[in-house]
Design a protein around this ligand. Sequence first.
Ligand code: BGC
Length: 569
Amino acid sequence: MAIFAMGWHKPDNVAGSSAPAIMVGSFVATGGLLFGYDTGSINGILAMTTFKNDFTTGFRDAEGNPGMYPSQVSLIVAMLSAGTAVGALLAAPVGDKWGRRRSLIGAILVFCVGAIFQVCATNVATLVVGRTLAGVGVGMVSVLVPLYQSEMAPKWIRGTLVCAYQLSITLGLFGASLVNIFTYKMSTAAAYRIPMGLQLTWASVLALGLLVLPETPRYLIKRGLKDAAALSLSRLRRLDITHPALIEELAEIEANHDYEMAMGADSYHSVFFGEPHLGRRIVTGCGLQMLQQLTGVNFIMYYSTTFFNGANVNDPFSISLIMQVINVVSTLPGLFVVESLGRRRLLMSGAVGMAICQLFIASYATANGGNLMVQNQILIGFVAIYVFFFAASWGPVVWVVTSEIYPLKVRAKSMSISTSANWILNFGIAYGTPYLVGTTKGSPGSVDLGSRVFFVWGAFCLVAVAFVYFMVYETSKISLEQIDEMYERVDYAWNSRSFEPSWSFQQMRDFGFSDSGVPPAVPHLELQSSRTSSAGTSHTDTGVSSTTTSTSSQDDKIVASLGHVDLSY
Ligand code: BGC
């Protein structure tokens, strides 16, 4: 029983059903498969003999076998990253103009065109064009999926749904390694065309599915399409569009958007300098995304085979595959506790766990003469524990937090900027690691850290603990609109867990928004539901307990008749 208390609990007072939203959110989460598969497949493909025979332009390796020039390899690998960073930045203007759903369909189509180029490629140039286009698609997907999910999910399971996106990323990475293992021995072009072509299968299913899914109610409100928003919410909540709870929710989303707009325009300038506290929020989002990469996860994901090889581990390929399995399976505990434990605690405990593993490996390997031929089981064991901590915490939760902390007016823009920070660091680490570690020994720019590179990742994990403590607000169990109120009322992130929402944006609008964004001192601002779903009574930031007041208008009487129904979505 206690274990269920740790997991999800749909509050009894939520009107309607959450099932449609959960199904839609889980389906869209599979967009992560494209992300994981695309980033995971290329290393294996580049190592295939058939691929090298077919694409070589004259390079011969030390044994005289055909191969690729290093500059060609860099180009093929790097153009995906360049594409993803551009795609992530494009996601905002497109997502705000076309809507989240249609933009996602567009992104998947771009991805498919890229995949087709790759399958048909018979030379490096065509392959590079294909990789770049696929990258643009993946970059857009990496912003739009969590954006779509957070804007349509019920608050009590929002974090879990976004975590399901990370689960798909890990499944994509795992699937890519598996497919490569099955095909790499084939003697024809099928060896690399099958893994490239398989990208198209799920992409097509996802695009077709999206044709019938609803647009997010919040986007529709942002565009002033209130009727369409009501229809979308009614599908997601399985409530009639005339249901008072649904009307109330929409009105609150709309009033919150009016509030945000009253604080300033929805421009890129506002993303950094706007109110309420948008600068602090973008620093938090970008910081989290960069630190996610600086924990060293992709050192393990991209270089583990080489690393285990250097450490004299038997069968490094199987061990890398085992790491992928651990990465998938360990995402599940994160999914399970992200709501009950909360974002902050999960991020901090995960970073502590990762830091211990990284620093232990670094110290142990350094103490053993700086080489990696130390006792293999210990090394593998600590890398596996590291992967567990990453997958259960920083893997999923970073996507969750960055999809929640921004207000609707700049959500797409801010998410696209923080996501592109992730991709830029992803690229930097993938590109720079060989120079850091010393596999390029002697070449200019190489710092030859060897196993001491784990000190670098470990140190960043410690920075991550402090960063979360000082910067990340606890966003679990409250609606996206209430997060605005939290940033306005709670000065320090470490106090955010005890925040209880109390503003009604509708009433604030009726009284007129003040310049400061804080509601005017009127006696009877109706209190919203609290994190603990305690009906009717809540605590204000001054610690004073207040009771829900009834209001005079006809609409409010209907709403009041709903008693303790939770009206924040
Ligand atoms: C990260 C990727 C990483 C993956 C590993 C994602 O959240 O953004 O860079 O490869 O997790 O599972």
